[in-house]
Design a protein around this ligand. Sequence first.
Ligand code: AMP
Length: 293
Amino acid sequence: MKVVRTKDDLKEELAAPRRDGRIIGLVPTMGSLHAGHLSLLRAARGECDVVVMSLFVNPAQFGPDEDLAGYPRDLEHDIELATAAGADLLYSPADAEVYPEGFATAVTVSGLTEVLCGDPARRGPEHFRGVTTIVAKLLNLVGPDVAYFGQKDAQQAVVIRRMVEDLDFPVRIEVMPTVREPDGLAMSSRNAYLAPGDRERAPGIHRALNAAAAAARAGSTAADALAAARAELDSAGIEPEYLEARDAIDLTPIETFNGRPALIAVAARVGDARLIDNVVVESTQRPERQEQR
Ligand code: AMP
């Protein structure tokens, strides 16, 4: 795997494969790689001729009180893991390369970025503005045929799909399933912040989502399914920042599960870590009964 730091070097590395019509896959990451990131790299390896991973801890998506300075970083280890997972090229730019003096542009997706994590009382829409701006830049710099994201960050995936559709980026977006620890905790670079006692409580989030999904599939209303989840969170001693059921495509609130796929999403602070997780419940509506002849 080759490591490049500048957009000129990136362009140079991709010139020949692009000219030869090779399929280019992009996996954007903030590093501190875990099995979730590696599943995206493997998916890209399976479908693309050239696998590009970007590694950039994007200051624009961190709020002033968030963990930018302390965000886990281990470039050497990430290089080993990405190489083993089959990446061909790592683009790891410096902040000044991405946001040079005079940088003044942002990409904003409205509506979808103002709910859940984007609620102004939480991370706020600025978080997603930082995400869409960096992803737009990476899509322009790499020019991939396919870009891979994780369902773990469900709202991010919805927002990126919207941006790509609205701005006609010529790329296919693939969203891969959430990879979990054996006890159900969704893999996250921020799990490194969990003290041992918090690490033990954290899988309560996954149990809560499972309880909500089971209730939904058994015909519960959204309110009842969320109450089932809430009980699991309570028993793990976890107070959610939010716990909501929304349409999985347009993120509008839902009251029942018999329409389109539903996203049940949770964010919670567990010790020093702010964790997010979700489950998607497909429609529970029964197919119409065929008339018996
Ligand atoms: P990050 O480095 O946290 O910005 O994540 C980079 C990409 O990996 C994003 O598309 C995430 O959604 C994805 N990702 C993070 N955690 C997981 C996970 N547990 N399973 C699958 N994908 C993940």
